[in-house]
Structure formats: structure tokens, C-alpha cells
Write a protein that binds this ligand. Structure first.
Ligand code: PLP
Length: 376
């Protein structure tokens, strides 16, 4: 049995997405910048994909820029704000993905920005009053706060953060890489200037994503060259990837409520069975609280360190991710920031529509066997 419970890292490509992509590899292979029929066909397909994505997130097609994924979308949003709007004060959290944190740390080191971190409590929550105070006491700022954390699944209230940012005329970037395709985003309501997405997190292909940039916000390019993407992103477009991205998002939106219920059911089952069969198990951050965490992620702290659980599960055919605040060599900045219990072994389980209850039961049985052998 091979079980994949690492869907926050990447997801299985949906067969329907693959089917939508293949004609753009085999038949419609024109370069969208070419003016002949092959090129026009490719260009039209890209613009249709852009319109589809814009419709789904309630934005305008001009507000969507295709990128190579989440990292490029995050980097473009942040660098654009700093370089085009000349904003030098940045407010973020210690729990952001490295696509955000490493860039910001680097910019701080170069003296380009002043970086301020919001305080995180033991649960990994931020305090919106503190955000408001920071905005009050500083010059115009960029606020970069992720929607859902990829390790512990904590959800931030991006609607409320957007409202606060609007009140203080701050630019708001939110890394929505883990939530696009899992929740509906309505950019007429959400007061964000930038959101980032990556297709492989919702059953699309790897190496493609998009940046939403609110009209009038101002973008700068990272790549110089051709005039693709309205001069914002040079390089021949990843056309089959873009087609796959739009198709994957379309499928995700069609099935969103049904999948949320189904996947939350799998997560609840895992929480209940682990709690029942492994005394001392705990859950990091807000991971186990349904309305405060991403339903596709569960970060579990297992009360034994004598076994390398990642390898053990791997040998039993179960693929998961680790992460530990202790000394296993994989020190996670997220677990360290929330001061996670370092006496246990942390495993991140992350689910998709393709997982089953049987897979959850098999995984718990494997872990319970370790518990019994350690306890014996
Ligand atoms: N942001 C978050 C929250 C992520 O989980 C990831 C990927 O793991 C990224 C950004 C980077 O996305 P990509 O791998 O598409 O560049």
C-alpha cells in the first residue's frame, strides 16, 4: 500500500487537468508572441485561462500575472511594493514561508527595509491590536501575513487584516499558496493588494502559479527580456502549465464545499484515532481546531523520539513531512517560533480529495504499533 499524506508539499495532478494540458503540448504548441495562427491560438488560450481565474476569484483579468509559482508571486509582490511605492517599513510574522521571510531578511540586511515582526503566541496566533499599533506608530507600511501556515495549518483572519491595512493606508500582501483552491477568495471583498498562488497545491502542474495585483497598485518586473505579460514578466509563457492552472482552479471551485466536508472528515478521523490510541499525543498550533486551521493540514506531536518516524512511515509506504523544534537536524522556524514541545516528534499530515479513511486507519495502526513497542 502506498499512501500519500503530504499534500501541503504538493498534490497529485488531476487527470482532467492533464487532459486539458496535453493538446497544448502536442497540437497547439505555438509561441503566444508569434503573430501567425499558431501563435494567436496560444495567445487566446492564455487569455481565456486568465479570464477564468479572474472570474473565479472575482477580479479583473488585468489583475492576474502568471508566474512560475508561489515563490515568484511572493517575491514580485514584495519587491514591487518596495521598489515602486518606495515603502521601507515592513510588518510580517515569524511563521511566513521562506519565500517571504528569506527575501525580507535579505532586504533588511541590504538596508533596503526596516523589518518588524508581529508577536506570535504559543498557539501561533497574531494579535490584530498589535498590528494596528505598529501601523499607527510607523510610516506607510507593507504588511505581509500569510492566509494559512503550511506547517501547522493556522488560519489568519485576512479579512480583518485587510480592513486594518485599508484604515492605515498600508499595502497588504497575503501568501495564499496553501488556501487557493481550498477556500473561495473574493477579491471584491478581500482588501488585499497582492495574493499569491501555485497550481501544484491544488492538483495542477508544478512550476506555474499567479500573482493577483490589485489595479493601480504598481508592479515591477523580476525578469528582464521580452514583453510578455504586459511587460511585467519576460520569457515565453508556460502555456500548458497556465492551461492546467486554470483548469485545476475551475475543478477546485466546482467541488470546494464537498471536498472541504470530506477532507475535514479525514482530518477529524485522524485526530480522534490518534488521541484514542496514542496517549500523550498533541497537536501543534491551532492545527486541531477546525475553524482556526486549514482543513488539509494536521501537525501532530507524537510522544516518542526513539524512533525516526519519518523513515518508519516511509518504510510502511506512508509519505508525510517532518519538522521539529528539537535536535533532529530539521529545526523548523515555525515550530521554534511557537515554542512547540521539543520532547516529541512532529509529523505534518496533509490531505487531499484523493485520500481515504482506510489510508488514515492504516497510518494510525502503524503509529500505534510503534507506541506499543516503545511503551512495552
Ligand atoms: N508559500 C507557501 C505558504 C507555500 O506552502 C509554498 C510551497 O510550499 C510556497 C509559498 C512556494 O510555492 P512554490 O513552490 O510554488 O514556489
Amino acid at each position: 500500500m502506498k499512501i500519500y499524506l503530504d499534500n501541503a508539499a504538493t498534490t497529485q495532478l488531476d487527470t482532467e487537468v492533464f487532459k486539458a494540458m496535453t493538446p497544448y503540448l502536442l497540437e497547439h504548441y505555438g509561441n503566444p508572441s508569434s503573430h501567425h495562427a499558431h501563435g494567436r491560438e496560444a495567445k487566446l488560450a492564455i487569455e481565456n485561462a486568465r479570464a477564468t481565474i479572474a472570474r473565479l476569484i472575482n477580479a479583473s483579468p488585468e489583475e492576474i500575472v502568471f508566474t512560475s509559482g508561489g515563490t515568484e508571486a511572493d517575491n514580485t509582490a514584495i519587491l514591487s511594493t518596495i521598489r515602486v511605492q518606495q515603502i521601507k517599513n515592513v510588518i510580517t510574522t515569524p511563521l511566513e514561508h521562506h519565500a517571504v521571510l528569506h527575501l525580507l531578511e535579505n532586504l533588511e540586511k541590504q538596508g533596503e527595509i526596516k523589518l518588524n515582526y508581529l508577536t506570535i503566541n504559543k498557539q501561533g496566533e497574531i494579535d490584530l491590536d498589535e498590528l494596528e499599533q505598529m501601523l499607527q506608530n510607523n510610516e506607510r507600511s507593507l504588511v505581509s501575513v500569510m492566509h494559512a501556515n503550511n506547517e501547522i495549518g493556522n488560519l489568519n483572519d485576512i479579512d480583518a487584516i485587510g480592513e486594518i491595512c485599508e484604515r492605515y493606508n498600508a499595502v497588504f500582501h497575503t501568501d495564499t499558496v496553501q488556501t487557493i483552491g481550498n477556500y473561495r477568495h473574493d477579491l471584491q471583498k478581500l482588501k488585499a493588494h497582492f495574493i499569491a498562488s501555485s497550481a501544484h497545491k491544488f492538483h495542477g502542474p508544478k512550476g506555474v502559479g499567479f500573482l493577483y495585483c490589485r489595479k493601480g497598485t504598481g508592479l515591477t518586473k523580476l525578469l528582464h527580456g521580452g514583453s510578455q505579460e504586459r511587460q511585467l514578466r519576460a520569457g515565453t509563457e508556460n502555456i500548458h502549465g497556465i492551461i492546467g492552472l486554470a483548469k485545476a482552479l475551475e475543478i477546485a471551485y466546482q467541488e470546494i464545499d464537498e471536498h472541504q466536508t470530506y477532507i475535514q472528515g479525514l482530518k477529524d478521523r485522524l485526530i480522534a484515532k490518534l488521541t484514542e490510541q496514542i496517549p500523550g499525543v498533541s497537536f501543534n498550533g491551532n492545527s486541531a481546531i477546525a475553524d482556526k486551521s486549514l482543513y488539509t493540514v494536521l501537525s501532530v506531536n507524537l510522544p516518542f523520539t526513539s524512533v525516526n518516524l519519518l523513515s518508519y512511515l516511509d518504510q510502511h509506504g506512508v509519505s508525510v513531512s517532518g519538522g521539529s523544534a528539537c535536535s533532529t537536524g530539521f529545526a523548523s522556524h515555525v515550530l521554534q517560533a511557537i515554542n512547540a514541545d521539543a520532547s516529541g516528534y512532529t509529523i505534518r499530515f496533509s490531505f487531499s480529495k484523493f485520500n481515504t479513511a482506510e489510508e488514515i486507519d492504516f497510518t494510525v495502526a502503524a503509529l500505534a504499533a510503534v507506541y506499543r513497542s516503545v511503551a512495552a
